[in-house]
Design a protein around this ligand. Structure first.
Ligand SMILES: CSC[C@H]1O[C@@H](n2cnc3c(O)ncnc32)[C@H](O)[C@@H]1O
Ligand SMILES: [Zn+2]
Length: 462
């Protein structure tokens, strides 16, 4: 049940001023009907306010106390809203929004080899990556995502979009041993990606990391190089792994080794590793994930649509593995709404375990927020509403008919769908969505560019 926000329960700076002294001037004070910090788990505060200064959370206190303690430059009242940490999409191919609906209803390898890769070969360019990433950023912001991890060609274009949109991003540059629209081979991908990492070394919101694409597109020699670089500089690595049973069977037939064992042998399985998908796991895989501290990005909608299999998310969490959520690209999902992903994850967990208690709403919300931050190595910065963290926030309007009556706001967010009800979003205290209007991206232009690409692509295939 929601708790009144009492001074005993809230966080505060140790040396913050007391209510009796002069009010502290701060940038922003956001009052919300419900504040759900995610850490501590399951807490829901009523009639509280979040104080923000210089992009960071400085206090979470009862609204009455906030009025006495702070002199905000801006005050926001969210009278029928839940304020939660901004959602974290830990696996995306942002620019693939432009390929949404181009090849539905096909299994993974047929989808990739016969449709997606030939289309990418023909059309993917820096311009395509920019326009597709802008569409993705707009869609993510309007459904409450503040941070995304991306793996796609021309990562410099997606990094630039993250920069201009104000979103937080992990740009995982793609490494593939064969020629792609971006690189001739693995070595060239590494060289270009490391140069991009250098360009963003000092950036506050954008980090560039490694993304060897999958076990079937990257050989041991390239993976060994990545393992060395990643260990040396403590850089995160993400890879599609165990996406289908066919991938695991093929690896076993070719080498006698499961892909997880192969990563372990090559020194690539560790707390910096994000394994994307993991639909096919045995006890040994779970043990390797748990012992190494590797993370899993669960992408249930893409897995369901491509009939790839089911990641046993609840089982992995019970075993102590950190599991986050990802949408995968819009060509296999076909949406970037992380609330929809959370809803699917919660329902799927119950279906595959035969246990209605598997992945309760609060745990699913944690997967979409703090677990995502852990998976990307940024949990000191974001993922929960704790003092000192960046003010990465999502406000969801729960006043609509479909949310009534409201007994439990966390239940409502996960089970009745939150994405369409996201009203406002902030990253590092900067407002990027205001009453559903994008503040940093031009919505009409984003739509016009998407339509331009549809016409170009269709003109060549119709
Ligand atoms: C190396 S850039 C990304 C590369 O991955 C392709 N892709 C998109 N979705 C998936 C998926 O679910 N499994 C494997 N590969 C995928 C994308 O089309 C690009 O070619
Ligand atoms: Zn993917």
């Amino acid at each position: 049940m929601p708790a009144e926000c009492s001074t005993a329960k809230v966080y505060r700076f140790a040396n913050s001023r007391q209510a009796t002294s002069m009010p502290q001037v701060i940038d922003k004070l956001i009052r919300a009907r419900w504040i759900i910090p995610v850490v501590p788990a399951q807490k829901v505060y009523r009639n509280c306010a979040l104080a923000i200064d210089d992009g960071r959370i400085v206090a979470l206190v009862p609204a009455a106390e906030a009025a006495a303690r702070f002199a905000p430059r801006e005050e926001v009242h969210l009278d029928q809203h839940a304020l939660i940490p901004g959602l974290i999409n830990t696996h995306n191919h942002a620019a693939m929004t432009l390929l949404r609906g181009i090849a539905d209803d096909r299994p993974l390898m047929e989808w990739l080899e016969q449709h997606i890769w030939p289309t990418e070969k023909k059309w993917v360019s820096p311009e395509f990556a920019t326009d597709g990433s802008r569409l993705a950023a707009a869609e993510m912001l309007r459904s409450g995502t503040t941070t995304f991890s991306d793996q796609y060609f021309f990562p410099e274009a997606t990094a630039q979009v993250a920069r201009e949109s104000g979103m937080r991003a992990q740009i995982a540059f793609p490494v593939i041993d064969f020629p792609t629209p971006w690189s001739r081979n693995g070595d060239e991908a590494l060289q270009k990606g490391l140069a991009l990492r250098d360009d963003y070394r000092a950036h506050e919101r954008v980090e560039v990391v490694f993304a060897p694409h999958a076990p079937y597109t990257v050989g041991d020699a390239t993976l060994e190089k990545i393992a060395v670089y990643a260990a040396e500089a403590q850089v995160p690595v993400q890879m599609h792994l165990h996406e289908t049973s066919g991938e695991v069977e093929r690896a076993l037939a070719e080498s006698g080794e499961r892909p997880t064992e192969r990563l372990q042998r090559l020194g690539l399985l560790g707390p910096q590793t994000l394994c994307v998908h993991m639909t096919e796991v045995n006890e040994r895989d779970i043990e390797l994930l748990q012992q190494s501290g590797a993370h899993v990005a669960h992408c249930p909608k893409s897995n369901l649509k491509l009939a790839s299999g089911f990641c046993p998310a609840a089982r992995l969490l019970d075993a102590g593995v950190n599991v986050s959520l990802g949408t995968d690209g819009a060509a296999s999902n076909n949406s970037l709404d992380l609330f929809a992903e959370a809803n699917t994850a919660a329902l799927l967990a119950k279906a595959i375990s035969g246990n209605a208690a598997a992945l309760p709403a609060h745990q699913t919300l944690a997967m979409a927020t703090i677990n995502g931050a852990r998976a990307l190595g940024i949990d000191e910065i974001t993922g929960s509403l704790e003092v000192g963290k960046s003010a990465d926030l999502t406000a969801v309007d729960l006043g609509g008919l479909e949310q009534q009556p409201l007994h439990d706001p966390i239940s409502q967010l996960i089970y009745t769908g939150g994405g369409h009800n996201v009203s406002d979003v902030w990253v590092a205290g900067r407002q990027l969505l205001k009453s559903r209007k994008l503040q940093t991206l031009n919505e009409a232009e984003v739509i016009q560019r998407a339509q331009h690409w549809r016409a170009r692509i269709a003109g060549h295939s119709e």
